[in-house]
Design a protein around this ligand. Structure first.
Ligand SMILES: [Ca+2]
Length: 362
């Protein structure tokens, strides 16, 4: 996120980013849904509040089809349009001749034709009258001819048609059919299984508590845990009742109990069920920490103070540093960010210490 590596699920204000299946990352924010296969397929769904406010490579969102290839400068031409949205200046512009990949790479043309014809085969018959495959066949040939990894592009091209079919409620299990099964059959980890129509709701133990309002019915292809099982932190598919819980970075198994803030808490379905009265914060927090109902498992510390991002993981009640202070992990105390010690060659230097090398004091 913004060049900082982070783990999923990630929350930032209204936006969430999570893994929907082994194949797709799902980004959700009010009025906007993005599904991305981490490669070449990106599905963006915008609600009407974005009409007349969004334009780019997917067109100008105004219900007028004729302006969808409009470049930044208002020209309407497919390659001028594509070049105008280039984000890296060092990439060379595309020209008209590059729009004929099967002419340029004629050695790929036969392969593309033989594999893409799968789209017109009986395997997809149920979908043919709902979604015309011709355009998808053309795009498939185009991609397979022009791609450096023809097989990757073949699977993506067929998956694009299958996705449009599943959007129209025709689910086709095509990945295990000839002639693509040796190329496109997915390998799922552990006991996960592949489905053309997986639900993106609560697929991991950690999402059980936050995903209760999930009402998505859209089919998303990929590997997920079968039936009512969910993925636990070790990558196993388990019933929700066997999900583990974490507290202060430690993992506890289902039904295990801990004492926390004078309460007895039991790990139940990946969440803590707590009984009893909570005690006063000042009696329980060590040093200069304070009690909070919403402690982040990835707090601001002296190590990350320069590029801190909240990881968005679920919070828990406990002790944390007061606002505007950072945790000094070595002394387990809270300090003003400018009082954080520096590190150089593995040695610790208190704030204000001077060494020859410039110390990154804030
Ligand atoms: Ca338009």
């Amino acid at each position: 996120m913004n060049t900082v590596e982070t783990t999923l699920p990630f929350r930032n204000g209204d936006a969430t980013v999570k893994r929907a299946t082994s194949m797709f990352v799902l980004v959700e924010s009010p009025g906007l849904t993005i599904l991305w296969d981490s490669k070449t397929r990106l599905y963006i769904t915008l609600m009407p509040q974005f009409v007349n406010r969004v334009r780019g490579l997917c067109g100008t969102f105004d219900f007028i089809q004729s302006n969808d290839y409009e470049s930044r400068d208002g020209d309407i031409s497919d390659f001028t349009f594509a070049n105008s949205y280039k984000v890296r200046g060092e990439c060379s512009d595309v020209g008209e001749e590059q729009f004929q990949p099967c002419m340029i790479n004629s050695q790929n043309a036969d392969y593309a034709k033989s594999k893409c014809e799968f789209l017109l085969s009986p395997a997809f018959k149920r979908c043919h009258r709902i979604v015309d495959p011709e355009m998808y066949y053309d795009m498939c040939e185009y991609d397979v001819c022009g791609c450096s990894n023809a097989d990757d592009c073949l699977c993506s091209a067929i998956a694009s048609y299958a996705k449009e079919c599943s959007r129209n409620e025709v689910i086709i299990d095509w990945r295990f059919e000839d002639p693509v099964k040796n190329i496109c059959a997915p390998k799922c980890e552990g006991s996960q299984i592949y489905s053309e129509c997986s639900s993106p709701c609560a697929i991991t133990c950690s999402e059980l508590s936050s995903d209760q309002e999930c009402t998505k019915t859209e089919c998303i292809a990929g590997c997920n845990c079968p039936g009512n099982t969910v993925l636990d932190d070790s990558g196993n598919c388990v019933p929700p009742s066997e999900c583990t819980c974490t507290y202060m970075g430690k993992v506890y198994s289902a039904t295990q109990q801990i004492e926390r803030s004078c309460q007895t808490c039991t790990c139940n379905g990946g969440q803590w069920d707590c009984l009893g009265e909570m005690c006063e914060q000042k009696t329980i927090c060590p040093g200069n920490k304070v009690y909070s109902e919403f402690v982040s498992p990835c707090p601001l510390t002296c190590e990350n103070v320069d590029n801190y991002q909240d990881c968005g993981a679920s919070t828990f009640p406990g002790c944390t540093c007061p606002e505007d202070t950072a945790l000094d992990m070595q002394t387990d105390s809270c300090v003003k960010p400018d009082q954080c010690p520096c590190r150089h060659n593995g040695k610790r230097y208190e704030a204000g210490a001077i060494i020859d090398k410039d110390c990154n004091v804030w």
